[in-house]
Design a protein around this ligand. Structure first.
Ligand code: SF4
Ligand code: MG
Length: 341
């Protein structure tokens, strides 16, 4: 497998400004704080975590839509963080984004044809009008929208169809990578599967690589080859989708998974429910040591509070976990001290 994206120690720290002229920096929100990951060509990387964990900021920083404050992003052999603006602009075509709420990301005053034309023109693509129309017609076809959609406006479509327009706007530029930020979370459950299936078909057809961001583990499970779990600006676990769902090792991942209902009532009755105490701490003032120690049902005295665990490979494969006690928790040697519901 070939790597398309390589992220190395990526950081996005936003200054917290105070004073009449907002000229006093009193701290930083560490939205992304040292993330390493790779996305292989033609694959899907699923990134999950609670809202506020930094996953959207990571997606935007990867595309340089939000400038990273540290670390590197390599895209198909090109270092993006140091790329001059002009070259970055031409790279942009290859890296597109799909948003959660297509209603707010599509201009209500533009019809579908002009929405799709805009991107092509911005990148100097599509040649003359006839050529452009052909490309646009093809991308409408690809996302399963009829040609009469071209003259219609976003509000004339259902939520699912609007997301198809958002996807068409991305694929019309023939990108290599699509970052999809919560692509189905604003949609009815019955429509979610259709949009996920569409993304999968397009991947196959067009050889796309995806970073799919979601707060819902169920959404990324089937579509992802690799899944990364984020907590307070850092990856706490990463594994192939199969390994992660079969054997989640990080306490935070276990807690997230235990919140997803299982369709089989017998399993549903017997399985463990891990309730996390408290809210997500502020990324402006993250806990010391393991950032999860304030909520972790397995936290051990002093080490969890004092020493920050890095991601390390557990076992022989590619399963990476940032927990000092992953093995002992797995074997049951260290037990959860949480109240179970
Ligand atoms: Fe929990 Fe400690 Fe592991 Fe962090 S290092 S996840 S606090 S057991
Ligand atoms: Mg978000």
């Amino acid at each position: 497998t070939e790597t398309l994206v390589e992220v190395d120690d990526l950081k996005v720290h936003f200054p917290i400004k105070r004073g009449v002229f907002l000229d006093r920096v009193v701290g930083h929100v560490k939205a992304v704080d040292g993330v390493d990951l790779r996305i292989n060509k033609g694959e899907t990387y699923g990134l999950v975590g609670e809202s506020g964990c930094g996953k959207s900021t990571l997606g935007r920083a990867l595309l340089q839509l939000t400038p990273p404050t540290g670390g590197r992003v390599n895209f198909d052999g090109t270092e993006l963080t140091t790329l001059p603006a002009k070259q970055l602009r031409s790279m942009r075509r290859r890296m597109q984004m799909i948003f959660q709420d297509p209603m707010s990301s599509l201009d209500p005053r533009q019809n579908v044809e002009s929405i799709l034309t805009e991107g092509l023109q911005a990148h100097g693509l599509g040649g003359d009008r006839t050529e452009r129309r052909k490309i646009i017609a093809k991308s409408l076809d690809a996302v399963g929208l009829p040609q009469w959609a071209l003259s219609r406006y976003p509000h004339e479509f259902s939520g699912g169809q609007r997301q198809r327009i958002g996807i068409a706007r991305a694929v019309v530029l023939n990108p290599d990578l699509i970052v999809a930020d919560e692509p189905v979370s604003a949609l009815d459950v019955s429509i979610q599967a259709q949009v996920i299936n569409l993304l999968e078909d397009l991947q196959e057809e067009l050889g796309l690589t995806y970073l799919v961001i979601a707060h819902d583990l169920a959404v990324v499970k089937h579509i992802s080859d690799t899944v990364g779990v984020m907590y307070l600006g850092a990856l706490v676990e990463e594994a192939s989708s199969d390994d992660l769902y079969r054997q989640p090792l990080h306490p935070y991942t276990r807690a997230l998974m235990s919140a997803v209902p299982v369709p089989d009532p017998e399993i549903e009755d017997r399985r463990e429910r891990i309730l996390l105490a408290g809210d997500l701490p502020s990324p402006a003032n993250p806990p010391t040591g393991c950032r999860f120690h304030t909520r972790c049902p397995w936290a051990q005295p002093t080490r969890c509070r004092d020493e920050r665990p890095g991601l390390r490979i557990i076992g022989t494969g590619t399963h990476r976990v940032a927990c000092h006690w992953a093995e002992q928790i797995e074997s049951g040697e260290i037990r959860s001290h949480a109240v179970k519901a």
